[in-house]
Design a protein around this ligand. Sequence first.
Ligand code: SME
Length: 166
Amino acid sequence: MKTATHQSVLEGVDEALTEEREPTRAMERVVAILKREVPSYTWVGIYLLEGGELVLGPFLGKPSPHTRIPLGRGICGAAATEKQTIVVDDVNADPRYLACSLETRSEIVVPIMSGGRVLGEIDIDSDRQSAFGAADKDLLEAIASRLATTLERTPQNPAEPENHEP
Ligand code: SME
């Protein structure tokens, strides 16, 4: 279900990421846009990979008991290990699933990758079964790619250096 086109969501994300260079604030803005613009996205969060564990960063929705997920556990761990998006149409039929809320019916996890390296992932739950289709996958993979650029950009590694000394 969409109240805004996926294109307009992506434009909103682009605008937010242009304005907001600080990684945590940038992730908060992205989570807020997705939660607000797509009603079927019941829980929206971003995990960052830290020393072999996925650590929960900004999120909106009910608090999750899974604030640290080892690689190889849950849908989240599987997506990070396989380095690809995982869509689960019915979480109750997937033995990998780590429950966050009893109402959750479907889930999508999209790795945030840079040069073959997993930096983190976008995790979205829905109370609707089979809520995530090809358009959601395309949208979220485009956002993950933009977030990778933001997360890679540090003061030591600016994307657009201001000085071009010879
Ligand atoms: N369901 C996830 C755990 C995270 S919560 O949904 C927020 C999983 O199976 O990895």
